[in-house]
Design a binder for this molecule. Structure first.
Ligand SMILES: C[S@@+](CC[C@H](N)C(=O)[O-])C[C@H]1O[C@@H](n2cnc3c(N)ncnc32)[C@H](O)[C@@H]1O
Length: 141
């Protein structure tokens, strides 16, 4: 193997929401209208500068309750579709259980960002937050 064998990631915050177990969480943010609050830890407060209501944020999470010991899954638990490698799915089960969600910002107050569209459970650590990237237009420019 090339490169470091381990990488240490320090969470920059945590999500608060009504979802207590993976079973009750929506499968994906596009079908979620669950509200939640992103609590950003004090050392990272300055990094929130520029985040505003109405914006869409890309949020990376560490799915702390996910299994990490399986490389193949039945997508959406549907056995009729056969097993697929986890890298070809959005399954929470993966060697490094990093999730990517897009949330609409409702309000920013101090170190708290109120959002909607949450698909991760209460207490899930936040690894990073990014603004939505620019997309190519339909002409491919
Ligand atoms: C399929 S993942 C999608 C997450 C993200 N939008 C993505 O695509 O990477 C969402 C599912 O992960 C599970 N989940 C949510 N939070 C979790 C956590 N902290 N630990 C383990 N599983 C979690 C729930 O079952 C939820 O339905």
């Amino acid at each position: 193997m090339n490169g470091p064998e381990t990488i240490t990631i320090t969470p920059i915050g945590v999500v608060h929401c009504s979802l207590q177990t993976p079973e009750e969480a929506p499968r994906y943010y596009t079908i979620s209208d669950v509200p939640g609050t992103l609590e950003i830890f004090p050392p990272y407060l300055e990094a929130m500068d520029g985040i505003e209501a109405g914006q869409t944020l890309v949020v990376l999470f560490w799915l702390h309750k996910a299994r990490r010991d399986q490389l193949k899954v039945y997508p959406r638990g549907d056995r009729s579709r056969g097993l697929r490698g986890v890298f070809a799915t959005r399954s929470p089960i993966r060697p490094n259980p990093i999730a990517l969600s897009e949330f609409k910002v409702l309000k920013v107050q101090g170190n708290l960002i109120e959002v909607t569209g949450v698909d991760v459970i209460n207490g899930t650590p936040i690894v990073d937050i990014k603004s939505l990237g620019e997309r190519k237009d339909s002409t491919g420019k």
